[in-house]
Design a protein around this ligand. Structure first.
Ligand SMILES: N[C@@H](CCC(=O)N[C@@H](CS)C(=O)NCC(=O)O)C(=O)O
Length: 204
């Protein structure tokens, strides 16, 4: 088991997803609250750890720094195999699992950002941007969450932590088509009905 992790966190941020995963795997971690209002994440001490000034940021027991939500989730699933949150290495299911973890970071996340932050602007060229279009991303996710209980068949994985969390946040922010989709809503309810999720939602 890896040693104690230092976890830089704010509840109103993507770090909430990492906290859910830390709870899922039963990691030993110490939380450092990052106060955005106070500019904690732009102070030299924090920038020395993560020059991006962003959270989630994990510092492992050997001082290795981990950033990027999808990478953090992927690593935690591997470092704590007893939690069984990743399919067998080399299996086809493992391929699907990576597909959705990468889809979350490279398609859903930028599509959502484009839609929510460039309201009223003409969409970027579908053929040129890697995420295609917001509607294509949502169609793809809707299909994926309708097929099986979880993204990768009947096994709950770190990919569900990531995509489930993104969908839940997107719905909360009123992103188009999320709350109107019965399939997406049912999936979000399914994946968040877990003790680890409830623990992660408690005040730190
Ligand atoms: N690519 C990063 C994005 C992390 C990110 O943007 N975090 C935001 C909070 S949701 C942040 O720390 N913002 C503070 C800032 O940039 O000043 C990931 O996937 O984890």
């Amino acid at each position: 088991m890896p040693g104690k992790i230092t976890f830089y966190y704010n509840p109103m941020s993507r770090a909430a997803t990492a906290r859910w995963m830390l709870e899922e795997v039963g990691a030993e971690y110490e939380t450092v609250l990052v106060d955005f209002e106070a500019g904690d994440n732009r102070k030299p001490d924090f920038l020395a750890i993560n020059p991006m000034g962003k959270i989630p940021t994990l510092v492992l027991a050997d001082r290795t720094v981990l950033t990027e939500t999808a990478a953090i989730l992927t690593w935690l699933a591997e470092a704590y195999p007893a939690a069984a949150l990743a399919p067998e290495p080399g299996s086809s299911a493992r391929g699907s699992y990576y597909r959705w973890l990468f889809f979350g970071g490279s398609c859903f996340e930028p599509a959502l950002t484009e839609t929510m932050m460039r309201k009223g602007a003409a969409p970027l060229s579908k053929g040129s941007v890697g995420w295609g279009s917001y509607n294509d991303v949502i169609d793809t996710l809707e299909q994926a969450v309708s097929r099986n209980t979880y993204l990768v068949g009947d096994q709950f994985t770190a990919a569900d932590v990531y995509i489930g969390s993104q969908l839940s946040w997107a719905g909360g922010f009123g992103a188009p088509r999320i709350q109107d989709s019965a399939a997406i809503q049912a999936y979000v309810e399914r994946v968040t009905d877990r003790d680890a999720y409830r623990r992660a939602m408690r005040p730190a």
